[in-house]
Design a protein around this ligand. Sequence first.
Ligand code: ACO
Length: 328
Amino acid sequence: MASVIIAGVGSYAPKRVLTNADLMKIVDTTDEWIVSRSGIRERHIAADDEATSDLAIKSAESALIDANIKASEVDLLIVATATPDYPLPSTACVVQHKLGVPPHATCFDISAACSGFLYAMEVAYGLILTNRYKCALIIGAEKLSSIVDWKDRTTCVLFGDGAGAAVLKKVDQPGIGIIGSDLGADGEMVDALLMPGGGSRCPASTKSVESGQHFLRMKGKEVFKNAVRVMETVAREMVEQHHLTVDQISLVIPHQANIRIIEALSTNLGIPMEKFYVNLDRYGNTSAASIPLALDEARRAGRIKPGDYTLFVAFGAGLTYGSTLIRW
Ligand code: ACO
């Protein structure tokens, strides 16, 4: 039986680093508040002339090298992002052209906020198994600094910019690669985290700009409570469905939003924190980029070995959520 494997990964973070001390000059906050409430110490911020596609391309180039694949071999390109270069066309088309992915490739964006990379992986997995695609490039990329209200201390301290990418391929070896995926959404929670302006409900106008409709708004406590609940549920179900115990999971790569959410997940699942890969202290919440960025770092740090089980678990605006189980 055929499997779909992660053949290569890459990531990129913009050069500019914004520390908590820097933020203290912009809004009424403290390093102590940010670290104790979120675990974040610094985040990377894209330059004014750097868009989401620029970050995506750099991460993709590194993933293609890692997989020893040429851009010309990619026939499926998916970009997961909440901060596309344009409302239309897709950021995937911008990336395709600049990266040299051929015109016959299928290229589109996925909007599932912080769960976007796992949604992209599930879609690519299914399309590869139709045998109509040979090589998928999936990218999670965000320039969240472009939709954050830099006057709102309750949100601006939490987010950062970055990108991560993976090359997916089919192999004729059973039981490896993407062995399970469980995605979901709770549309009743749309209001908990959204950017109200710029879409068909509230098109851009002088009034929408003046009233701050084009910034991200979040009910932090509601998101927090739901995140812990749904991530625990999908992670536990994924392990049980595959007749594993939590002890057999070598590494959990959770969405990097808040250290307290990850610690609660660790306690509730009974998986020690040492088995969680955490880099939110250096990047903040990079939404769809967070899991592939952490995956790339974890792999390069030697935290993943052949035969290991790795569990990805995410939640985001929507509220979307999901878990994916990988065997290397
Ligand atoms: N600096 C100092 N004080 C602050 C700051 C700040 N940056 N932000 C808020 N405060 C104040 C508040 O005004 C409040 O003051 P008050 O009690 O006088 O009203 C106090 O700190 C406590 O605020 P809370 O909102 O109750 O703080 P909480 O402990 O809930 O932490 C946080 C807030 C960090 C946002 C938390 O709720 C959280 O992490 N929620 C989840 C958010 C998340 O993960 N979002 C990402 C979703 S993924 C996606 O799709 C993008």
